[in-house]
Ligand binder design. Structure first.
Ligand SMILES: Cc1cc2nc3c(=O)[nH]c(=O)nc-3n(C[C@H](O)[C@H](O)[C@H](O)COP(=O)(O)OP(=O)(O)OC[C@H]3O[C@@H](n4cnc5c(N)ncnc54)[C@H](O)[C@@H]3O)c2cc1C
Ligand SMILES: NC(=O)c1ccc[n+]([C@@H]2O[C@H](COP(=O)([O-])OP(=O)(O)OC[C@H]3O[C@@H](n4cnc5c(N)ncnc54)[C@H](OP(=O)(O)O)[C@@H]3O)[C@@H](O)[C@H]2O)c1
Length: 258
């Protein structure tokens, strides 16, 4: 990504950094009063880099009403930004593009009763933000959250999902949530272990979530590995679902997570 001109970003402070596993981390930064976003959008974060800048996109984990901005990151071996983030400490400064971006917005669906959130890896981040918005829970009868990772130790949000049942703004609706972890490279209790397109195709995902899927009822949001997004989209097309466009309503909204 090219550098944003000076006037287009603010300089924020890193508030905390948590190393969750050797390749997974989360952190929070200060939020300027003027920073507006809708749950599901991503920020552009950057650092000064020699005479220029390095910028990358990161989905916002925080609620729209949060005082700070939280992010969840998968560190990529030898990745330029990953190397900077791996060294980052509280108190350090980080650049934040003043604009939030993206169209992975559940409010774009004008009909449908159940919402299924399909994610791989860091693609769960925008869904954690959406799930803190009471309007989302009021809007849908059932919500299915699905997170596919390769290894069980990458399921770092089990506790966070549990906490929706005590969340001050959404606990009263949390009975609507079905949570289905997927671990693709090892057998894990409570998790399915095939990739998302196969799980959709063979009915195991609907069974795991205890929800019947149909084009009338069900709306899908996809975020994560671009190959997963493409393969899952194809599978859903074959199952009779279509891309949602604002002028031509359908059942699928998606975003490539990198
Ligand atoms: C819309 C959008 C939202 C994003 N949100 C997040 C986020 O919330 N958390 C996050 O960790 N990253 C996110 N990314 C990816 C992020 O922008 C960076 O690409 C990533 O941090 C790696 O940067 P890098 O400079 O270290 O390596 P890069 O040179 O940018 O990437 C090297 C390679 O690593 C792989 N890769 C990059 N990001 C990921 C990832 N998240 N998971 C698995 N493989 C990946 C890709 O194959 C990529 O070609 C997002 C990207 C986009 C486009
Ligand atoms: N996780 C690893 O074993 C590993 C090892 C070395 C390097 N890396 C690199 O580290 C980065 C992050 O890896 P990550 O494991 O967090 O993210 P990832 O590779 O995006 O994997 C996350 C989840 O997405 C699944 N997935 C990948 N392609 C898919 C597709 N076409 N359809 C459906 N599901 C799909 C994976 O299944 P599968 O497990 O079946 O792929 C896994 O369950 C990537 O650049 C990766 O190449 C990963």
């Amino acid at each position: 990504m090219s550098a944003a001109p000076e006037a287009k970003f603010t300089e924020e402070t890193v508030l905390w950094v948590k190393q969750l596993t050797p390749k997974l981390m989360s952190f929070a930064i200060t939020r300027p009063h003027s920073y507006r976003f809708s749950a599901g959008q991503f920020s552009r974060l950057g650092f000064r880099d020699g005479a220029g800048y390095i910028w990358r996109a990161y989905s916002i984990v925080s609620a729209e009403y949060a005082d700070t901005l939280e992010y969840f990151v998968i560190l990529i071996e030898n990745g330029a930004m990953s190397q900077r983030l791996a060294q980052m400490q509280a108190g350090q400064s980080i650049l934040l593009d003043k604009t939030a971006f993206g169209f992975l917005l559940p409010g774009r669906f004008t009909d449908g009763e159940d919402l299924i959130m399909l994610s791989t890896g860091s693609g769960i981040a925008p869904f954690l933000s959406m799930l803190q918005q009471p309007q989302l829970w009021e809007r849908f009868q059932h919500i299915g959250l699905v997170h596919s990772v390769s290894y069980a130790n990458e399921l770092v949000f089990n506790q966070r999902v549990e906490e929706f049942h005590q969340h001050p703004l959404v606990a009263e609706y949390a009975h609507k949530l079905s949570w289905q972890p997927v671990v693709t490279r090892e057998e894990t209790n409570g998790a399915l272990n095939q990739r998302l397109p196969e799980l959709l195709h063979n009915g195991s995902l609907a069974q795991g979530l205890n929800l019947a899927f149909s084009p009338q009822r069900t709306r899908f949001m996809l975020c994560g590995n671009p190959a997963m997004v493409a393969d899952t989209f194809k599978t859903l097309l074959n199952m009779g679902y279509s891309m949602h466009r604002n002028k031509l309503p359908g059942q699928i909204i998606m975003e490539n997570g990198f």
